[in-house]
Design a protein around this ligand. Sequence first.
Ligand SMILES: [Zn+2]
Length: 86
Amino acid sequence: MSQSAAPPETALFNALWDRQSGLCALCGQPIPRHRFDVAHATLWKKHRPTFDHIRARARGGADKPANLQLAHAQCNKRKGAGDLER
Ligand SMILES: [Zn+2]
């Protein structure tokens, strides 16, 4: 694999992954970790893990692990559109 749209395999990613046991912070369903965990690239685009800001950056949320969680790309997008209060 030369390129991937997934978050890099960083210490931050791994820490969040462990904290959430590989589950989406928004819908509670398992997140596929690698492209080949899902059957189709289209599914991967929707379900791939993304970093989600618990408090949106637009609302002053920090780029720190305590303010970040992992979520499906699709869930992250949906939340962003709805701009949920937390
Ligand atoms: Zn989700």
